[in-house]
Design a protein around this ligand. Sequence first.
Ligand code: SF4
Length: 419
Amino acid sequence: MTQNLKTTYLTDKKFPFCPGCGHGISINALNKALQELHYEPKDVIVVSDIGCSGLIDPLFATHTIHGLHGRSPALGLGVAIGVAQKQNKKVIAFIGDGGATIGLQHILEAARRNVDMTLIVLNNLLYGMTGGQISGLSTQKFKEIIDFEKDIPPFDLIQLAHASGARYAIRVNAPNKIKDTLKKAIETEGFSIVEAASLCPSYGMKKMNELLEVVDAEEAFEHPRAATKIKDKETVSLIAQTAVIPTKYQSDLKERKGIMIAGSAGGGAQSVARFLAMAGMYAGLDTTMKGEYPITVGTGFSVAEVIFDHQPINYTGLDNPDYFIIVTEDGLNKVKNKLHKDAKIYIDEKLVTDELKSEFPNIIAVPFSKMANRKSTALAAATYVLAKEQILPIDALKEAVSTHRLKDIFVDVINKVIA
Ligand code: SF4
């Protein structure tokens, strides 16, 4: 903290706001507050999101981060946790009243967690960037003037933040009080929030005194709780935990192949897709797998897709599977409209009808359901197709299933199919 009153935290960029916009007042007030608090520009992290208030990033000569609409409190909280162990860092997030409406929960979470940061809410009572629509912070007096939703009260953000545990929550309307209010907020150790009235002459009031007539009364709350202390925690990188699947087998695959497995909930289609994908990797291939099933996971269809290739698979969609493995009626109904004449359609013999046969002469009827019990039919069917089509070595599939707690049963199923 060695800066003096000559230090500026602003770049030389012209403010991008409409003439008379109040946002510039809060930005200049923050610059002055930081000067008086002697922060170094590199110790300040300004976080913003979407809306006119989100145009501030290029204006600050500090660190700046820009996020999604309504998310600057959450983004700021994450940064604040990240820098909590460093000396003299300060996270200051900006948000408009529109963003505060969208991201209200993030503000309450940040207040509840009470990590050291300051949130500045520029309240001009409307969404400026999208044409002046009212927000959840538009006051009733303002809505009476525009004759819209005047019976619905606004959120009292300051009371909500206070009730959620913010150390310092304050609404400030008078422009000449903003700098000192920000100073106090920034000096507060813990979560502080300042809601500053900000004029939007393009869509709201034309003059500051008109705005002051319709904003809520200035209000301040302090909370006696101490700021949350963040402790360093040793964690292992997810990348370091990634299992490496070594190439142990040779694949005779000539070109990219895609398999669609269609069964019912609880029939193992998703597990089989995983086994196939792992087996593909044991065979040195690039593989992808995807699953689809209803929200009610214990009922209805269960469809899985697997792609194998020697090349990287950049598009994981399987628009025209080369092979279908269909083991139940649920599965058939789900993939019926995807069947095509160039595919090999392996299907349980019980599901074959004359109509299906005449439409798809390429179906191959196999007694899959006689090969194993209901839970292992998909595995038996996949083993059968793998062996027939020589897509992958069966030993690679056995190795893949050996990672499962039911490995003995699964290996038994595979052995019986290939016997
Ligand atoms: S639209 Fe309103 S809030 Fe946006 S820059 Fe213009 S005056 Fe400011």
